[in-house]
Design a protein around this ligand. Structure first.
Ligand code: CA
Length: 223
C-alpha cells in the first residue's frame, strides 16, 4: 500500500513516516503543496494523507487539483484546523476522512486501514495483462496459470509496472517503490530485480525504454 504524505512539519512528518513504514505501508513524503500536486500527475498513491496549511499551495487547493486530475483514491486530511467549517470544506473538496492534530498514531493507522479496506473493495483484486495474472490480495503472480515464485521486491516492481501498463516507469519511480519498504537501495538494485523478473516472465513482457525506464504493455510480449 503506497501512501503519499504531504506535511510541512518535519518532526511530525518524520514520526508519521516511521510509524507507517513500521506498519508496512510504503511512504513518499512531500513538504510543499505545489510539489505534491505536481507529483500526483505522475504517481498515483493508494492513499493521500494531506495537511491543509502548506507552503506553495494550500492543502484544499491540492485536493481540488488532484480530483480534477482524476486522482480518485482515498484522501485523508490531517490538520490542526479542527473547526467544523474546515472539516466541511475538506469533505466537500473530495476528502474521504479527516483527522485533527494532535492525534494518536494508532488512530491514524486505524483510519488508513479503514481507507485501505474501502479501496480494496472498489479496486479489482487482480491485474491481468496477457498471460500474466497478479493477485494484489494474495501477492501471487502466475503466468498462464503457473505460479511464479517472486521475492517481495520483485513483486513490488512488477505490480508497479502492471498497474501503470502502457506508461513508462522511470528508474526513480521504481526506486521509490523499493525505498518505501525502508530498505537500502543500491544504484543498480532496480536493474538487478528487473533482470531476475525477466527470467521468470514471458519474453518481452517488460520492455526497456532507452534512457527512461521500463514499460509493460498489453500484447507487448515477443509472443
Ligand atoms: Ca502545516
Amino acid at each position: 500500500m503506497q501512501v503519499m504524505l504531504v506535511e510541512d512539519n518535519e518532526m511530525l512528518a518524520a514520526a508519521v513516516v516511521k510509524a507507517l513504514r513500521t506498519a508496512g505501508f510504503s511512504v513518499n513524503h512531500i513538504s510543499r503543496g505545489d510539489q505534491a500536486l505536481a507529483a500526483l500527475k505522475t504517481s498515483k498513491p493508494d492513499i493521500l494523507v494531506l495537511d491543509l496549511g502548506l507552503p506553495g499551495m494550500d492543502g484544499l487547493e491540492v485536493l481540488r487539483g488532484a480530483r480534477r486530475q482524476q486522482f480518485s483514491n482515498p484522501v485523508l486530511i490531517l490538520t490542526a484546523r479542527d473547526k467544523t467549517q474546515d472539516k466541511v470544506a475538506g469533505l466537500d473538496s473530495g476528502a474521504d476522512d479527516y483527522l485533527a492534530k494532535p492525534f494518536e498514531m494508532d488512530e491514524l493507522l486505524a483510519r488508513l486501514r479503514a481507507l485501505e479496506r474501502r479501496l480494496g473493495s472498489v479496486k479489482s483484486k487482480n491485474i491481468v495483462i496477457d498471460e500474466v495474472d497478479l493477485d494484489t490480495h494474495s501477492y501471487e503472480v502466475s503466468v498462464a496459470g503457473e505460479p511464479l515464485g517472486l521475492s517481495r521486491r520483485e513483486y513490488m516492481l512488477l505490480k508497479a509496472l502492471m498497474e501503470s501498463a502502457g506508461k513508462v516507469q522511470t528508474r526513480d519511480i521504481l526506486d521509490s517503490k523499493l525505498y518505501g519498504w525502508g530498505e537500502e537501495v543500491s544504484s543498480n538494485t532496480v536493474e538487478v530485480h528487473i533482470h531476475n523478473l525477466r527470467k521468470k516472465l514471458p519474453a518481452g513482457f517488460i520492455q526497456t525504454v532507452r534512457g527512461l525506464g521500463y514499460v509493460v504493455k498489453k500484447g507487448g510480449g515477443a509472443a
